[in-house]
Design a protein around this ligand. Structure first.
Ligand SMILES: Nc1nc2c(c(=O)[nH]1)N[C@H]1C(S)=C(S)[C@@H](COP(=O)(O)OP(=O)(O)OC[C@H]3O[C@@H](n4cnc5c(=O)[nH]c(N)nc54)[C@H](O)[C@@H]3O)O[C@H]1N2
Ligand SMILES: Nc1nc2c(c(=O)[nH]1)N[C@H]1C(S)=C(S)[C@@H](COP(=O)(O)OP(=O)(O)OC[C@H]3O[C@@H](n4cnc5c(=O)[nH]c(N)nc54)[C@H](O)[C@@H]3O)O[C@H]1N2
Ligand SMILES: [Mo]
Length: 550
C-alpha cells in the first residue's frame, strides 16, 4: 500500500474493475492468486482471456489463473525486481517502449535506463530462473498488446523489498505508456473487505484521513481544530514495530481491534512473548480468537451483518453496508464501543473533544460519522450517505456535484510527472543454506480466510478443506521419502510445524508453500519478521526452512 503511496500519492488501484477487466488487451498478473483470492475479478480475467486478451502470469507457483495464461513466468520467490528490470531491459534494447509517454509524462528515464541496462535477460535468468527467451517473448507481447493492465497482490508486497517491488511495477507500466488509460494502470488488489476504507480513514501510523500527513503542520492544525486533540506530529509504529516495542517493554498496553496477530503476524513465538510482556491487552473481536485468549479484557464487537455503515472496496468505491439482523448477545457495533470508551478515557488520551469543531462522541448513527468524514477528508467530500443509497461512488470525489473517479492519473499524475525509480534487485532477508535448504513461501487457499477465526466456524468449508498442508514438489518428496498425505516436520530458525505433505507440481523443487489458516500448523511459527524499511511490511513470502519426514 504505502509503496504505491510513495510513487503516486495514494495506495489504491489506479483503474476500475470494469475498465480493467473489459478493455485491457494484455495483463501482467504478478504475485496474485486471483482465482482463489479475488474470485470475482479472477472470473472476469478468465472472460478477458476468452475474448483474446493475453494473460501473462508471474508467480513462483502454478496457480489456477495460469491455466488461462499465454505465458507463466515461474520465477523464484523474491526475484521480482530482477524479472521486471529484465522486461524493461528488453523494451529499451528493442526500442519497444512508449517514447511519447516517457517524454511527456515522466521524469528520471535516464536513471532507469542506466539501472536496467545490467539486467539483460541472460543476467536476470541467473536470479529469477526464468529463461531469457521467455523474458523477451513476454516483453514483446506486452508491447504489442496495449493497453495492458498490471495486477499485483501480496506476492509483490510481502518482501523486504516490497516497496521497491511496487515502484518497479510502476516503472514497467510507465515505460509501456499504460498509465492513465482505461484497461491499464497499476492495480493492487486489496485484501480485506474494508482495508481500503481503513487506510483511507487514517488507520495507518503516518496519516490522518485521506492521506493527510501526520507530520504536516497544516494537516495537524486542521485535525486539532476538528477534534480538539493534542496529537503528536510524529508518526506512530506499525504492527511489527509495536510487537518489538512490546517485547522490549517499551510499549505497555495494546488494543487489538479486528485483528488476530497470534495467527497472522510473523514469528509467532516472538509475538506470544511480546503480548505476554504487556501490562494490559484489550481485544475487540466478534469471536474468541488466539489473541483474545491472551487478553485481559475482551470486548464483543458486532459483525458486518449486524450493523450499518460503509465499506470502501478495492476500486476505491464507497458502498453502504446494511444491517440484516440485530447484534447478538452483548455485542455492539465497533464504533459504539469505541465512542463509549473514548468518552471515558479522553483525559488520558490528551484530547478534549468539546474543544473541537466536531464536539461530541455521541454520534447518532454511522450517517453522522460519514458527514464528519465528508467534512475532513477531501477525497470523500462528495460521498454523502444519500448519494450512495443505491450505488457506491469512487474517490476522489471532492464535492456533491462530482461523479466520482473511475481511473486515476488521466493526463497527469498526482505529483505532476510520473517518476521512474532506479530499483536494484536485492536478495531476501533469509536465503536457503545447508541447514535450512528449502524456501518457504506462504499465502492462502480459496476455502479459508486468514487465521481461520471465521472460516473454520463454517462446517461446509471445514468439510472441503479441514487441515493445513505443506505443498511440496514430487522430486523433493521422493528425495525425502515422503508420500502424499504423510506427515512432515518443517522447521526454521524460529519454530517448527508438523503437517501433512501435499505432493504436487505447483512450485519448483526447493520451494514449499503453506497457508497461515490453521493454528495446528501455523505457518507464522516459521516466518521471519524482517521488514521492508519503508512500507514496514514483513517478508511473509520468503523464509529458509528444513523439511523432514516425521
Ligand atoms: N479465500 C480467501 N480470499 C482472500 C483472503 C483469504 O484469506 N482467503 N485474504 C484476502 C487478503 S487480506 C489478501 S491481502 C488477498 C491476498 O491475495 P493474494 O496476494 O493473491 O494471495 P497470497 O496467497 O498471499 O499470494 C499470492 C501469490 O503470491 C505468490 N508468491 C509467493 N512468493 C512470491 C514472490 O516472491 N513473487 C511473486 N510475484 N509472487 C509470489 C504465491 O505463489 C501466490 O500465488 O486475498 C484476499 N482474499
Ligand atoms: N504467513 C503469512 N501471514 C500473513 C499473510 C501471508 O500472506 N502469509 N498475509 C497478511 C495479510 S495480507 C493480512 S491482511 C493479515 C490478516 O490478518 P488478521 O487481520 O489478523 O486476520 P483475520 O483472521 O482476518 O483476523 C481478523 C479478526 O477480525 C475479526 N472480525 C471480523 N469482523 C469483525 C468486526 O466487524 N469487528 C471486529 N471487532 N472484529 C471483526 C475476526 O473474528 C478475526 O479474529 O495476515 C497477514 N499474515
Ligand atoms: Mo491482506
Amino acid at each position: 500500500m504505502t509503496g504505491l503511496a510513495a510513487a503516486f500519492g495514494s495506495g489504491a488501484m489506479t483503474n476500475s474493475i470494469e475498465d480493467l477487466t473489459t478493455q485491457a488487451k494484455s495483463y501482467l498478473i504478478i504475485g496474485s492468486n486471483t482465482t482463489e483470492q479475488h474470485p470475482v475479478i479472477g472470473m472476469r480475467l478468465r472472460q478477458a482471456a476468452k475474448r483474446g486478451a493475453k494473460l501473462i502470469v508471474a508467480d513462483p507457483r502454478k496457480t489456477k489463473i495460469t491455466d488461462f495464461a499465454v505465458m507463466h513466468l515461474q520465477h523464484k520467490p523474491g526475484s521480482d525486481i530482477a524479472l521486471l528490470n529484465s522486461l524493461m531491459n528488453v523494451l529499451i534494447a528493442e526500442d519497444l517502449y512508449d517514447k511519447e509517454f516517457v517524454a511527456n509524462r515522466t521524469e528520471g528515464f535516464d536513471e532507469l535506463k542506466a539501472c536496467v541496462a545490467k539486467y539483460t535477460p541472460e543476467y536476470a535468468e541467473k536470479i529469477t530462473g526464468v529463461s531469457a527467451e521467455d523474458v523477451r517473448k513476454a516483453a514483446r507481447l506486452l508491447a504489442a498488446n496495449k493497453p495492458g493492465a498490471l495486477i499485483y497482490a501480496m506476492g509483490i508486497t510481502q518482501h523486504v523489498t516490497g516497496h521497491q517491488n511496487v515502484l518497479s511495477t510502476a516503472n514497467l507500466q510507465m515505460l509501456l505508456g499504460n498509465m492513465g488509460v482505461p484497461g491499464g494502470g497499476v492495480n493492487p488488489l486489496r485484501g480485506q473487505s474494508n482495508v481500503q476504507g481503513a487506510c483511507d480513514m487514517g488507520c495507518l501510523p503516518n496519516f490522518y484521513p485521506a492521506y493527510q500527513k501526520v507530520v504536516d503542520e497544516p494537516a495537524h492544525t486542521k485535525f486539532v481544530e476538528a477534534w480538539g486533540n493534542a496529537a503528536s506530529l510524529t508518526p506512530g509504529l506499525t504492527i511489527v514495530e509495536m510487537m518489538n516495542a512490546a517485547h522490549s517493554g517499551k510499549l505497555k498496553a495494546m488494543f487489538v481491534l479486528g485483528e488476530n496477530p497470534m495467527m497472522s503476524d510473523p514469528d509467532l513465538n516472538h509475538v506470544r512473548e511480546a503480548l505476554n510482556t504487556l501490562d494490559f491487552l484489550v481485544v475487540q473481536d466478534i469471536f474468541m480468537n488466539e489473541t483474545a485468549e491472551l487478553a485481559d479484557v475482551v470486548l464483543p464487537g458486532a459483525s458486518f451483518a449486524e450493523k450499518d455503515g460503509t465499506n470502501t472496496n478495492t476500486e476505491r468505491r464507497v458502498q453502504r453496508v446494511r444491517k440484516a439482523i440485530e447484534p447478538l448477545g452483548d455485542s455492539k457495533p465497533d464504533w459504539v464501543i469505541l465512542c463509549d470508551l473514548f468518552k471515558r478515557v479522553e483525559a488520558r488520551l490528551g484530547t478534549d473533544r468539546s474543544k473541537g469543531k466536531f464536539a461530541s462522541w455521541d454520534y447518532e448513527s454511522p450517517k453522522a460519522i460519514l458527514a464528519e468524514i465528508n467534512a475532513v477528508a477531501p477525497s470523500y467530500g462528495g460521498i454523502t450517505w444519500e448519494r450512495i443509497e443505491n450505488v457506491g461512488l469512487q474517490w476522489p470525489c471532492p464535492n456533491t456535484e462530482h461523479p466520482g473517479t473511475q481511473f486515476l492519473h488521466a493526463g497527469k499524475f498526482t505529483r505532476g510527472l510520473g517518476k521512474f525509480h532506479a530499483v536494484e534487485w536485492m536478495p531476501p532477508a533469509e536465503e536457503p543454506d545447508e541447514k535450512y535448504p528449502f524456501v518457504l513461501t506462504t499465502g492462502r487457499v480459496l476455502f479459508h480466510f486468514h487465521g481461520g477465526t471465521m472460516s473454520r466456524r463454517s462446517a461446509g468449508l471445514n468439510a472441503i478443506y479441514p487441515e493445513g498442508k505443506v505443498e511440496i514438489h514430487p522430486q523433493d518428496a521422493t528425495k525425502l521419502g515422503v508420500a502424499d498425505g504423510e506427515l512432515v516436520r518443517v522447521s526454521s530458525r524460529r519454530g517448527e510445524v508438523v503437517a501433512k505433505a501435499e505432493v504436487v507440481e505447483k512450485a519448483d523443487p526447493g520451494v514449499i508453500f503453506m497457508t497461515f489458516h490453521f493454528k495446528e500448523a501455523a505457518a507464522n511459527l516459521l516466518t521471519i519478521a524482517a521488514l521492508d524499511p519503508v512500507a514496514k511490511i514483513p517478508e511473509y513470502k520468503v523464509a529458509a526452512v528444513r523439511v523432514e519426514k516425521v
